[in-house]
Design a protein around this ligand. Sequence first.
Ligand code: PXP
Length: 243
Amino acid sequence: MALLGVNIDHVATVRQARRTDEPDPVWAAVEAELGGADGITFHLREDRRHINDRDARLLRETVGVKLNMEMAIAEEVVAIAVGLKPDQSTLVPERREELTTEGGLDVVRHRARVKTAVGRLREAGIIVSAFIEPVAEQVQASADIGFEAVELWTGAYAHAKTAAQCEAAVKALTDAIALGRRLGLDVHGGHGLTYRNIGTVASLPGFGEFNIGHSIISRAMFVGMREAVREMKGLLTRYAPLA
Ligand code: PXP
């Protein structure tokens, strides 16, 4: 069954709405762990719009499950990751004007810069994953560059408006999973996954991890973080492909 990484960024988004000290994303991470999260994911953005350096430091000190740091390949952030040593770094594209990470990192186009960042992070003992679109050239380039994992952008599936779009998105994911696995990569999935749409992707064989944020944090407002995580874990169990 795929592991569940809970992205706690949007707990910090609420805190930053008032620039105060609550709700605390570090507390949220503890609650997520108690609800059964297999990992905690956070994104230290260059503009620090939600998670800040204090959060990153305390998360590293307190999280007992896999700690996954999403990050751009910017020099400043790579240096922080090398010092912090999360268990895993997921390299993502980052644009200041975007609402959230939109689409995957173009590892084909930025091959040289990405390779330098991957080398530095791996040297620090960090597993490095590429957040990419489910496209063969991107999967192949990720393996060539030295990534150990890829996280496939599930946005096309999550935002599909018609059955045909949904089918095409699922096929792209299925093909990318198969190629990634053939190349020896761990294959993860994330973006736009919710309690309503997780079933189809959770039932695809080959996904080792899902990173889910907005939907879990939204549900946690009504049922609490532990319960929200427990429910998503329940869906991953219910829809898990047969071994
Ligand atoms: N995975 C990656 C690489 C992301 O950038 C994000 C968004 O921060 C997520 C997963 C979680 O996406 P969502 O909040 O839509 O569940």
